[in-house]
Design a protein around this ligand. Structure first.
Ligand SMILES: Cc1cc2nc3c(=O)[nH]c(=O)nc-3n(C[C@H](O)[C@H](O)[C@H](O)COP(=O)(O)O)c2cc1C
Ligand SMILES: CCCCC(=O)C(=O)O
Length: 361
């Protein structure tokens, strides 16, 4: 039987995965406060629909950074797809392309970007980058990514150091199993060969100057991933980036960051419509997407659900995730009286009486 919801799909994936791999995908940092907060925030915010607006079937197509997409749902970068399923990132890319959705390939993919691009066969790929202190290596990787046809660089800025994931420490999960590696981290060797994969470096020295350097190093649009402070959103505007992705890394980096949904309104205010805003963290239902759009996001990104689909059924599982969320979003918009994203606004959100009182007192 096909999973009816993304939550059912997670249960199916958990049955299929080694416990250590499940924990690696499911887990967060420290006490996992942020991990839980992301999903809970959606449940706490109510929707108050409009009726009798006669808007017809909701239209979900949209354009992000010049890329057409069938719906405002992007695949967030997640590492190690071949740990979820032997077909790995190729399967994800095929499912995304068939659904007309954008896939963000992780720098820590277990399949090389060129092979993912081949599997994607004309689908839209973005590439996620951890800026490496070795700028020569970073630049060579950017050239690789451009040559493979990726349409944007998603630069992750929330990881000056790696978060502490206690499930992995408890499970002794420190390395990928033999035969798997971060294929994009293999520098070019002589005669078209590739050397052994380098470890991904996390650097506390990264600064806005590196973003300026990146801006000059590529003509690809730049998305900053992992912004949660409105002051940083203003900096992003000044530095000429092309979009921001409001993210707390799915609760895997700094624990106790509030839910991304709660952090979105001040960021949307700071950006003031001048850049597209994406949000990730805890999106599991079509109604979650309506809430993110109502608070100012142009699109959302999904991380773990894609891994659950992949683990459960490979390409067909990822296709099922995308189709489930697409149809849930369409139904939720119809039930809210919305014919397109432009109908989705804060008037649909329920601000409880006690919240109003807290704000005014
Ligand atoms: C297993 C796993 C691996 C991840 N790998 C990366 C990564 O390589 N690069 C990155 O920027 N974010 C990575 N993320 C964070 C996701 O891009 C995204 O921010 C997060 O998963 C969104 O939350 P969700 O899983 O609740 O949808 C990873 C998340 C998970 C769960
Ligand atoms: C070295 C791979 C990093 C993947 C990542 O970002 C995550 O697990 O959250």
């Amino acid at each position: 039987m096909k999973a009816l919801s993304l939550r059912e799909l997670e249960a199916e994936a958990q049955r299929r995965l080694e416990p250590g791999a499940y924990d690696l995908f499911a887990g967060g940092a420290d006490d996992e406060v942020t991990l839980r907060a992301n999903e809970n925030a959606f449940a706490r915010l109510g929707l108050v629909p409009r009726v009798l607006r006669g808007r017809g079937r909701p239209q979900l197509e949209t354009t992000l950074l010049g890329c057409r997409t069938s719906m405002p749902i992007v695949i967030a970068p997640t590492a190690f797809h071949r740990l979820a399923h032997p077909d790995g990132e190729r399967a994800t890319a095929r499912a995304a392309a068939a659904a007309g959705a954008i896939m963000t390939v992780s720098m820590a993919s277990t399949t090389a970007i060129e092979e993912i691009a081949e599997a994607s066969a004309g689908g839209t790929l973005w590439f996620q980058l951890y800026l490496q202190p070795d700028l020569g290596f970073t630049e060579a990787l950017i050239r690789r990514v451009e040559a493979a046809g990726c349409k944007a660089l998603v630069v992750t800025v929330d990881s000056p150091v790696f978060g502490r994931r206690e499930r992995d420490l408890r499970n002794g999960f420190t390395d990928l199993p033999s035969g798997l590696c971060c294929e994009n981290m293999r520098p070019a060797g002589p005669g078209g060969t590739r050397g052994p994969a380098r470890p991904i470096a996390f650097s506390e020295a990264l600064s806005w100057e590196h973003i300026d350097w990146l801006r000059k190093s590529t003509s690809l649009p730049l998305v900053l991933k992992g912004l949660v402070h409105p002051a940083d959103a203003k900096m992003a505007l000044e530095r000429g980036v092309d979009a921001v992705l409001v993210s707390n890394h799915g609760g895997r980096q700094l624990d106790t960051i509030p839910a991304t949904l709660e952090l979105l309104p001040p960021i949307a205010e700071a950006i003031g419509g001048r850049l597209p805003i994406l949000l990730d963290g805890g999106i599991r239902r079509g109604t979650d997407i309506v809430k993110a759009l109502a608070l100012g996001a142009n699109a959302v990104a999904i991380g773990r659900p894609v891994l659950w689909g992949l683990a459960a059924e490979g390409e067909a599982g990822v296709a099922h995730v995308l189709e489930t969320l697409r149809s849930e979003l369409e139904r939720a918009m119809a039930l809210c009286g919305c014919g397109s994203a432009s109908d989705v606004g804060p008037e649909l959100l329920h601000v409880s009486r006690w919240e109003k009182q807290c704000r005014t007192s």
